[in-house]
Design a protein. Structure first.
Length: 104
């Protein structure tokens, strides 16, 4: 059975369209449930984290360097460092660890 790329594109369009249109058509009143509002507030952050975390680990030659940079970045962010400083610290961490560890 040959694969039809237009069918795949149409299915992707339909799914994307329904995800955006269904909430607008089904939910007409403001959402008052505190739990549901909180859930909807954090969905974009969780989605971004789920997409970013594997890239952090796999972008380096050594996964240990990516994991260490991730840990350093979390600690720096919790201590109030701005985005530029966190990026510099993470990059320096990867650089130093990859200098010290032999490549697999």
């Amino acid at each position: 059975m040959p694969h039809n790329p237009y069918l795949y594109i149409f299915v992707m369009f339909l799914v994307s369209f329904l995800i955006r249109v269904l909430p607008l058509t089904l939910i007409r009143k403001p959402i008052k449930n505190r739990f549901f509002r909180s859930f909807l507030y954090y969905v974009p952050y969780v989605t971004l984290a789920v997409m970013t975390f594997p890239a952090i680990i796999e972008a380096t030659e050594e996964p240990a360097a990516g994991a260490a940079a991730f840990a350093v970045g979390i600690v720096a962010a919790f201590r109030g460092a701005d985005l530029f400083r966190v990026a510099i610290l993470c990059s320096a961490t990867v650089f130093v660890i990859e200098l010290l560890l032999p490549f697999s």
